[in-house]
Design a protein around this ligand. Sequence first.
Ligand SMILES: Cc1ncc(COP(=O)(O)O)c(C=O)c1O
Length: 417
Amino acid sequence: MTVHMKSTTTAPLFPLRTTWDTKWDIERFKKAGLYTWFKEIQEELSDGWVKVNNQKMLMLGGYSYLGLNNHPDINQAAIDSIEKFGTGMNGSRFLAGTTTMHSRLEKKIASLHGKEDAMVLSSGYLANVSTLTCLLRRSDYIVCDRLNHASIMDGARYAQAKLVKYRHNDLEHLETTLGSLPNTARKLVVTDSIFSMSGAVADLPGIIKICKKYSAILMVDECHSMYVLGKYGGGIVEYFDLDPNDIDIIMATLSKAIPSSGGYLAASAKIIEFLRHESRGFIYSGALTTTLTSTALKALEIFEEKRESLVTRLHKNTAIFSNALHAYGIEIGNSKTSIIPILIGDGATAAVVAKKCQERGIYIHAVFPPVVPLGKSILRASITAVHMKEDLLMAAKIIYEVLEEMQHLDVQGQFIG
Ligand SMILES: Cc1ncc(COP(=O)(O)O)c(C=O)c1O
């Protein structure tokens, strides 16, 4: 058979797009020596330290809020699971991918949230996208806080239902938005409970009242609040002393305070039954592995047993760090959680501050647009239960010294020039 090669001189019918512009200028960061992402961690050490480039760095950019990562009992649960189930899955949860460990984990999650049932997916991102895309139909509305996490925004964009946004934490605007929608349409209000960049808490009691008034379904993303907020880490429900039944769907992750991976939904048996049979990210994707399922379950058991002491340590450490920053006169907004945003403003300055902190052994990142609004760039620290007081004080001092040095630098000129 003769194969005829296509002539290279004729113009292609559909010209290939040859440039792949990102939303931010990566090359410029690289040229300025300010590219600080994808830093490889060689090893997780103890007390919140990690090894990078054969040097110790204090991790202030991680989410292991309760410091449970590398806990020997959780590691053992992974080993036991591998010995019993192997490392792979036999497919989707819908078919051959459900094990006794998945059912036990889902039961435990449901009981921790005071809900009838729960389901786990292979990530929190997938849990949000998959739920929002299957729950509502074309004539329905998804009503989002403007600063909700990207996975909520993506789910709302991919959904057939129409997306409407209300101003961040602005309940008056939420109410006028809901009031302007057709009475007959189904409406789902979705919000982060803790906003991941600022650490701000959503006014859930107010949102619940409005949802009841307009018969809207309420979905809350508890990725940064469950296991963290409240004296016993019971999340937003404990923090505001809410009735769990006032939140229709609770979503959270197993990749932050719980040192595993995966995301979940906790809701009424009826909603979970619907999602198990309609959620495409659940049905058309491999099951969360039994290793991750078993480690999550073990971590939840440890959390149940030690929740008060773990959360007390976390809150104490957070206070140590934020008080130290306050004492240095550093602005940190009004975070109520272990996410401490150090307010910088200009993106280039934030990038230089992050780089200088990293050079001095603090693993921390700058966050700038599009993740935060223009002019609101931050250095984001997150504190854990296992950080040591002296390390947190040392980190606060380094951040202060770097910010002091910055007063004498023309960062904009240097960066742009
Ligand atoms: C608020 C929020 N929702 C959802 C997610 C996604 O969770 P996961 O990491 O399990 O995909 C994250 C993680 O960054 C998050 O911060």
